[in-house]
Design a protein around this ligand. Structure first.
Ligand code: NAP
Length: 306
């Protein structure tokens, strides 16, 4: 299938373009970008122009930040195209629901992707936790914003979500592997002076059986990066680290199954959804982020500059 890629920035270059190239299902037939010019791929600076000039392109993958993504997604769906959304799927829950309603009306696929759920050990962690009683679960997600989001001002603007932008990856894993329904009961958001979004956050979840479930998110970590989920259960301990790539149960490493990489898995899923005429839109991670912003206590912290 021919596909168009919109927003040729960090993640499009690092993951989407190589994954599409490596996939037998897809041919990158156009880009929509203000600046990009890929060899052998026609580029449009205007999205509507691409839609009308390229009727053969039935699928659009949107890699812009969340706030500017909605208008592209809506236009693509209304033009009868299937749409794949980077995470977070939107800036608000309501706009995602609108997109899902339009996709269903139009009979096209909408896929809100969660790349971290495709990390190689996530399904093994889910299977092990399925039979366990969780007593305590901690997310520790600490990375260096200057390394992963260099000069991206949008992350500090309303809708950019700040540290919840990478934090939502942890929440996408959590909502995949934890069998119990949880909700945020308290949050602390540390917002740099003069900015709109947090550089650090601490989330506390209510759990139906009283387990302690927390997420400690920080964008100020230099040196080794930490993307860990640790659980204490009646069966022992689970330690999912490196963003879901490594799993230890009771201190012993679990062998990793073969995996083609997170983004190739997403593009394979998209091909299957289009073939079956289905949508896949799970808003649970975004709901927790929205709740954190709704309930969170804001504290002003040191100004941030690049
Ligand atoms: P980015 O490089 O800052 O932006 C991506 C591209 O979006 C830009 O290069 C630009 O494309 C377009 N864009 C930016 N602002 C726009 C605006 N206001 N209107 C229209 N287009 C705009 O961001 P990114 O790091 O790739 O992140 C994009 C999405 O991918 C985010 O939702 C993020 O959470 C997700 N993601 C990022 C990473 C990461 O490590 N960076 C990892 C996984 C997922 P053109 O210059 O081509 O016009």
């Amino acid at each position: 299938m021919e596909i168009a890629l919109v927003g040729i920035g960090e993640i499009a270059k690092a993951q989407h373009i190589p994954s599409i190239a490596a996939s037998p299902n897809w041919k990158l037939a156009a880009t929509v970008s203000r600046f990009a010019n890929l060899h052998d791929v026609p580029n449009f600076t205007d999205f509507d122009e691409m839609l009308s000039a390229c009727p053969n392109i039935r699928v659009v993958s949107l890699c812009t930040p969340p706030v500017p993504r909605f208008n592209y997604a809506l236009a693509a769906l209304k033009a009868g195209r299937h749409v794949m959304l980077e995470k977070p799927p939107g800036a608000t829950l309501s706009e995602c629901q609108t997109l899902l309603d339009v996709a269903k009306d139009q009979g096209v696929t909408l896929f809100s992707t969660w790349h971290s759920r495709e990390a190689v050990m996530v399904q093994s962690a889910k299977e092990w936790l399925a039979g366990a009683i969780v007593h305590d679960l901690q997310i520790i997600w600490k990375e260096d914003v200057r390394r992963w989001h260099p000069d991206q001002e949008w992350i500090w603007e309303p809708g950019g979500m700040g540290v919840l932008d990478p934090g939502i990856n942890a929440l996408s894993i959590l909502t995949e592997i934890l069998p119990d329904p949880i909700h945020i009961r308290a949050a602390r958001l540390d917002v740099p002076e003069g900015r709109q979004t947090p550089i650090a956050a601490f989330l506390e979840f209510a759990h139906p059986h009283g387990a302690t479930v927390t997420a400690d998110l920080d964008w100020r970590q230099t040196g080794p990066q930490t993307w860990d989920i640790k659980a204490q259960t009646d069966k022992g301990t689970l330690h999912l680290s490196q963003g879901g790539a490594v799993l230890e149960i009771n201190g012993a490493p679990v062998n990793a199954p073969h995996n083609h990489g997170e983004y190739l898995c997403l593009y394979t899923k998209m091909a299957n959804l289009v073939a079956k005429g289905e949508c896949d839109v799970d808003l649970a991670p975004l709901r927790h982020v929205a709740d954190a912003f709704m309930l969170g206590h804001r504290a002003t912290t040191d100004p941030f500059d690049w």
